[in-house]
Design a protein around this ligand. Structure first.
Ligand code: MN
Length: 178
């Protein structure tokens, strides 16, 4: 419903297919044929989702994903990567670069649309659930609770395999009852 999708794809037939498909589902679509224009167009178009081809001349989709995820203004926009060469480890590399979703070519129309929808829903849920300060508070708390007496645990470790797991639990219980 009025959500905007940037489609970065150098292949004209695929670009038309993706754009037609998304328009048919009532998304607003902006096509980008040259990956070198993707970041600037993302800035001006402000999409809710980016569909990103991986194999492109001049700049690869992986590089673009890394650039976008390193950009404070753009990093919250979910990216769905689309690639024809799904060798082992491809999906992992794409996710490591920061893409939230992955679809292999030739695409299944149903899976493509379902993946777009679920990424948009997940992004909307994240935006509602997370005030900006929360991650900072959680990090500070985690540092405090993770620090109790590592020396004691290391000393207990060589005596038995079960010891390292039991020791922290006993300490916590002891502290609580004091
Ligand atoms: Mn391509």
């Amino acid at each position: 419903m009025g959500q905007k999708i940037l489609v970065v794809e150098d292949n004209e037939l695929n670009l038309k297919l993706f754009c037609d498909l998304l328009r048919a589902h009532a998304y607003g679509v902006e096509p980008v044929r040259d990956g070198r224009e993707a970041v600037a167009t993302a800035r001006s178009f402000v999409p809710d989702l980016i569909v990103m081809d991986i194999q492109m001349p001049h700049i690869s989709g992986l590089e673009l994903i890394e650039q976008i995820k390193a950009d404070a203004d753009l990093q919250a926009i979910p990216i769905m990567a689309v690639t024809a060469y799904a060798a082992k480890g491809d999906e992992e590399r794409i996710r490591d670069a920061g893409a939230e979703g992955y679809v292999s070519k030739p695409i299944s129309v149903l899976k493509f649309v379902a993946a777009v929808r679920s990424l948009l829903e997940a992004a909307a849920a994240r935006a509602e659930a997370e005030p900006d300060e929360m991650p900072v508070q959680m990090e500070a708390e985690a540092e405090e609770t993770e620090s109790p007496e590592p020396e004691t645990q290391e000393a207990a470790a060589p005596e038995g395999e079960a010891a390292p797991e039991e020791t922290p639990g006993d300490e916590e219980r002891g502290e609580e009852s004091r």
